[in-house]
Design a protein around this ligand. Structure first.
Ligand code: ADP
Ligand code: ZN
Length: 727
């Protein structure tokens, strides 16, 4: 029996349905983690040799075992990558193959190392060269960083690759061939380019010593404290002492040009980047270098957590409270939480940094599970901004206007003194609702329970959930009345219109994903603000965090209450975080900052805490309310979302699932109830919410529950452990 067992080689493929497969082991079996080609029916598929530790294979009769076809000539996945895939799959109820797929996200990286052509400006520039603005952009990008691929130069310049190739053909560029796997220059860990302030040094030392306790670390520092420089110090010390690799997770990585230049200043070289905007060549190169351990510092969006680190010795999660760390489709994982798990598997320290840490993390610090280090002062003696509330009940705003006279005066004073103002409204488009004056119709998405949002810049109504859009109609689609449609409520475009009317001479810049959706345009935006070409910035959350603009002294929020509606358990916490972050953009340079928050609920605990700067009191009150209601982090939640094309299919399945709901002490199931988004992308949706005491291991309860009801073709079931969205 054991004999037969030893001849079996377990292989996991990224095909979600298959689970662990068994093959006949060769005489000299490849070690776990090895990449192999295996036969599957008539096909050949890619897989990874597993070990017996965490998964069970479906047994195959000995005579049916087939040999593997080939072992690929690349280093095996590190064992921690295997363990992590199992852990994530187990916790989030997903297929281990689906997690493995995230770890091997660049198929090209498995093939033999090809070459690539790199370009730099030709020296000297040929006299006859015709220079279009596009070509100039390419040359500028390659001046800034020579020897890039056509794809990377094109994306840096915001043009097509054809422009780069055309320019090369015309003699404007020199080229050379390189292996795509050229190694990355190592960071200079000893650079003295940045000298920490006294307070920063104290914090950096505290982190370094706290590391010995083996617990997750929290760097809790006000906006503008210079947290980045402090964690750079930890990173440098850790890599010097332990070697290995460091991972820094950032929300919305593509838009952090300022962060990258600070990294380069500190370490002399750029980090290894990982985000969805990378070209194939860069992804392949990064993936390989991470697998071999050659990449020393990786900076990425949440998906970077799943890369095959050879030797991970530190993880940093910056802006740990940011909702962008929660993935909301496919595997609904929380990268902040999984960073703690991943670090643990490698016995590496993990640092969470934020000016507004989540209640989860604060609670962990208070209970001693995490070690907290504070930075209570801004860097360079900058003062914290002064936050004042404007009571909208008394402001007597004209209908369909949003800037109170206090707000207007503050903006005027700011720009007259040569500083910059930021108006923050977290809503894209012109108006969130389009209403017919004659029949009262509100124009809704045909596929979702959501209003269509008018985008006047492009003349369309758009759904922000499914991407549906249509030209803004002239007639009401319900009653046919002409010119009866009116926009209701403000979006960024409309706020910009009002601002332009109020300040006709000011230079305005709109910053939303519609206007600065890619890194190139984001860099332009940063450049324009830094060089003082902008007086008033009107933006969504894109501009609300991370950035450091010396001349920005005023932040105005026309609708500070916006996030407080709806049934989200974190509504108050998030509003507090968002307002603190956006307020934190003000007064980071020499001149002090000022913030006005317009609110219809100035007595609300959130508004009071913001105005008085009482974060800790607010968090205490919030914690108490959650304890009372048994909500996270003092209780656990999990959601089941069912969706189907046809309502009766959905109802039948929901009824069945309700009948099988777990009945045990410490667990309550709410629902089924129509989801707030009862229709999404043309599918009807219902939700269940499971509430449990902290001591309950929820994934197990959920797994048993959903396995009691046979799967249905008509109904899609998705489980969300520790949900952040309740739509
Ligand atoms: P936080 O992330 O805590 O809001 P930042 O890390 O953005 O603050 O720091 C604020 C600004 O101060 C940044 O422009 C940063 O480059 C600068 N800064 C912080 N510490 C130092 C230092 N020790 N030396 C030079 N500049 C620093
Ligand atoms: Zn829609």
């Amino acid at each position: 029996m054991t004999q037969a067992h030893d001849q079996r080689l377990p292989v996991l493929t990224p095909a979600v349905q298959l689970g662990l497969l068994e093959y006949l082991a060769p005489d000299d079996p490849p070690p776990p983690g090895s990449f192999v080609h295996v036969p599957l029916g008539p096909r050949t598929v890619l897989g990874v040799v597993w070990d017996r530790a965490g998964l069970e294979a479906k047994p195959v009769a000995a005579e049916k075992l087939r040999p593997i076809k080939q072992v690929l000539d690349i280093p095996p996945l590190p064992i921690q990558t295997l363990r992590f895939a199992e852990w994530v799959a187990g916790y989030y109820l997903s297929a281990p193959g689906a997690v493995l797929k995230m770890a091997m996200s660049v198929r090209e990286a498995l093939e033999a190392s090809p070459t690539m052509t790199l370009y730099a400006p030709a020296r000297p520039t040929p006299k006859s060269l015709r220079l279009t603005p596009q070509r100039q952009a390419v040359l500028a990008a390659l001046e800034h960083r020579p020897w890039q691929t056509a794809a990377d130069a094109a994306s840096a310049a915001g043009v097509s690759t054809g422009v780069v190739q055309g320019l090369a053909k015309a003699g404007g560029l020199a080229s050379r061939i390189a292996s795509v796997d050229a190694s990355y220059a190592p960071p200079d860990l000893d650079s003295q380019n940045i000298i920490l302030s006294e307070a920063q040094k104290v914090a950096a030392d505290a982190l370094w010593h706290a590391k010995a306790e083996g617990k997750p670390l929290l760097l809790d520092g006000v906006t503008g404290a210079g947290k980045t420089e402090v964690y750079f110090d930890l990173l440098a010390r850790q890599l010097k002492a332990q070697g290995g690799q460091a991972l820094v997770l950032l929300p919305e990585i593509a838009l952090t040009t300022q962060w990258l230049s600070r990294f380069e200043k500190r370490f002399g070289v750029p980090p290894v980047l990982w985000h969805s905007g990378l070209g194939i060549a860069e992804r392949r190169r990064a993936w390989r270098a991470i697998l071999t351990g050659q990449a020393k510092v990786v900076v990425g969006a949440r998906s970077a957590l799943f890369l095959p680190y050879r030797d991970l010795s530190l993880i940093i999660v910056d802006e740990e409270h940011d909702p962008a760390f929660k993935q909301e489709d496919g595997i609904n994982y929380n990268a902040r939480d999984m960073a703690v798990v991943r670090a643990n598997l490698s016995e590496a320290p993990v640092l969470l940094a934020s000016a507004t840490p989540s209640l989860e993390t604060v609670t962990n610090a208070q209970s001693g599970r995490y070690v907290r280090v504070d930075l209570r002062e801004r860097h360079n003696d900058a003062e914290m901004p002064d936050i004042t509330l404007v009571d909208l009940r008394e402001a007597a705003l004209p209908s369909q206007q949003w800037l109170s006279s206090d707000m207007r005066s503050a903006v005027r004073e700011t720009i007259e003194s040569g500083h910059q103002a930021l108006l923050f409204l977290n809503r894209r488009g012109y108006a969130p609702i389009t209403l017919c004056r004659s029949c009262g119709e509100r124009i809704e998405c045909p596929q979702c329970s959501a209003w269509l949002v008018e985008h006047r810049l492009v003349g369309r109504l758009q759904c922000h959930h499914c991407g549906f859009s249509m030209p803004t109609p002239k007639h009401c689609p319900a009653c046919g009345a002409e010119d009866s449609l009116v926009p209701c409520g403000p979006g960024v475009e409309r706020l910009a219109e009002e601002t332009a009317e109020a300040f006709p001479d000011a230079r305005l810049l709109q910053v939303t994903s519609d206007t600065v959706g890619n890194p190139h345009r984001a860099a332009d935006m940063v450049g324009a603000i830094e060089s003082g070409d902008v007086d008033i910035i009107i933006g969504t959350q894109l501009v609300s965090k991370g950035y450091h603009f010396e001349r920005l002294t005023f932040v105005g929020v026309p609708d500070a209450d916006m996030g407080l509606g709806g049934g989200d358990l974190r509504a108050a916490e998030r509003t507090f975080q968002q307002m603190t972050q956006v307020a934190g953009r003000a007064g980071r340079g020499a001149a002090p900052g000022r913030v006005l928050l317009q609110s219809y609920m100035p007595d609300h605990a959130v508004m009071q805490a913001l105005a008085k700067g009482e974060r800790d009191a607010f968090l205490d009150a919030e914690a108490e309310a959650r304890v009372r209601r048994g909500l996270p982090p003092f209780g656990r939640l999990a959601a089941v979302i069912l969706s189907a094309k046809k309502q009766p299919d959905l109802n039948d399945y929901a009824r069945e699932l309700a009948l099988q709901a777990p009945q045990m002490p410490g667990v309550t199931v709410l629902g089924p109830a129509p989801a707030p988004m009862a229709l999404l992308r043309g599918r009807h949706r219902v939700r269940f919410l499971l509430k449990a005491e902290r001591s309950v291991y929820v994934p197990q309860v959920m797994r048993e529950w959903v396995s009691r009801v046979p799967q249905s073709r008509a109904v899609r079931l998705s489980v969300d452990i520790d949900p952040y969205s309740f739509l």
